[in-house]
Ligand binder design. Structure first.
Ligand code: GLU
Length: 342
């Protein structure tokens, strides 16, 4: 009898779960199907990154009003790497205004690799803030009376976006600064052209630190949702960025966020996004939601293989492409509304 009623309760709970969370089922199916994709390789040019579990895979969605649905390894920590770049660009804009920032770093996509040692020949600026040279020039712009204060402002920025205190992974940071010779070369080149000031070595350190912040797929979804919500974290209600500056992050993500795949990404997926070499991707559907992904196996362009596939499918299935004009399929927000029982 007791067994029978506990069986009934399990059945009921099972029914409730699937009835209240159709979106979770969709994501679960996507997650389990893509888990079978073992293509790509974990980055190892920063030795510490090679220690990641290649099978980890987390997929999280967070709406602009703070509802979260996630599947897989969404609590696994990894370093944010280049996903940090648009956020630091935002902080530099808040510190100096967009016009001054653009005297130091351009906003043109480049067909070059993210770590190319190249500057615009006319202006001596790095091409954009998503390539390493541009991100180092951006780090140089972060204000603070001394280095600790600059680091604190950077950490506070990511803490506001994530809605919790974030920390730097010291072993990755040390690994980056010991092996970051190309990044050093870029900083020296920019110093040579007077594009970076006296504190250029500090800017490099700050850049290595920002790349080594530990996040999860859950965090990335909330960071994306914060941008989708005009700069206010929808969970904590704390403002992380002025709303008038959000568009600058999103447009640079749309044009330059996915390494040398940025053009095809904008064409096929049509969602502003940024990926990093540890395997994270943040994607933003403005006004709607943020998507956080983690899977460390990268394709030849440096993007997470499963992350790219997941975004392609989500974009197609739910008509998330920015330039979608007559989508008649399933509405993603209706599924969230169902979850809340509205
Ligand atoms: N810290 C990495 C580097 O400087 C970031 C690269 C990336 O994620 O694209 O090489």
């Amino acid at each position: 009898m007791a067994e029978e009623s506990s069986h009934e309760i399990d059945m009921l709970l099972g029914r409730m779960k699937s009835a209240t969370s159709p979106l979770r089922e969709i994501l679960r199916e996507l997650h389990s199907r893509l888990s079978g994709n073992h293509a790509g390789t974990v980055a190892d040019y920063i030795p510490e990154l090679a220690t990641a579990n290649p099978n980890s895979f987390g997929l999280a969605l967070c709406t602009a009003d703070g509802q979260i649905v996630e599947v897989g390894d969404c609590g696994t920590q990894f370093t944010i790497q280049s996903v940090s770049k648009p956020f630091m660009f935002g902080l530099a804009i808040e510190d100096h205004g967009v016009d001054h920032v653009l005297t130091k770093v351009g906003v043109e996509p480049t067909g070059e690799a993210f770590n190319a040692i190249v500057l615009d020949e006319v202006s001596n600026r790095p091409y954009n803030p998503m390539v390493n040279a541009g991100a180092i020039a951006t780090a140089d712009l972060i204000q603070g009376k001394d280095y600790p204060e600059r680091v604190k402002r950077m950490v506070d920025l990511f803490s506001k976006f994530c809605g919790r205190d974030v920390f730097v992974d010291n072993s990755v940071f040390m690994s980056e600064r010991l092996t970051g010779h190309r990044n050093r070369a870029m900083a020296h080149l920019m110093r040579n052209f007077g594009m970076m000031g006296e504190r250029f070595e500090e800017a490099l350190e700050l850049y290595f630190q920002q790349c080594s912040i530990l996040v999860t797929a859950h965090d990335l979804a909330i960071m994306g949702a914060t941008l989708a919500n005009g700069g206010v974290n929808p969970i904590t209600k704390t403002r992380a960025l002025q709303s008038e500056n959000v568009k600058y992050l999103l447009s640079i993500m749309m044009t330059c966020g996915m390494y040398d795949f940025a053009g095809e990404w904008a064409f096929r997926v049509g969602i502003p996004a940024k990926s990093g070499v540890a395997g994270g991707i943040v994607a933003v559907v403005p006004g709607v939601l943020g998507i956080g992904l983690y899977s460390p196996r990268l394709d030849a362009k440096g993007n997470s293989v499963r992350g790219v596939e997941a975004c392609k499918e989500l974009s197609q299935r739910f008509g998330l492409h920015a330039f979608e004009s007559h989508f008649s399929g399933e509405k993603l927000m209706d599924l969230f509304a169902l979850k809340r029982g509205r």
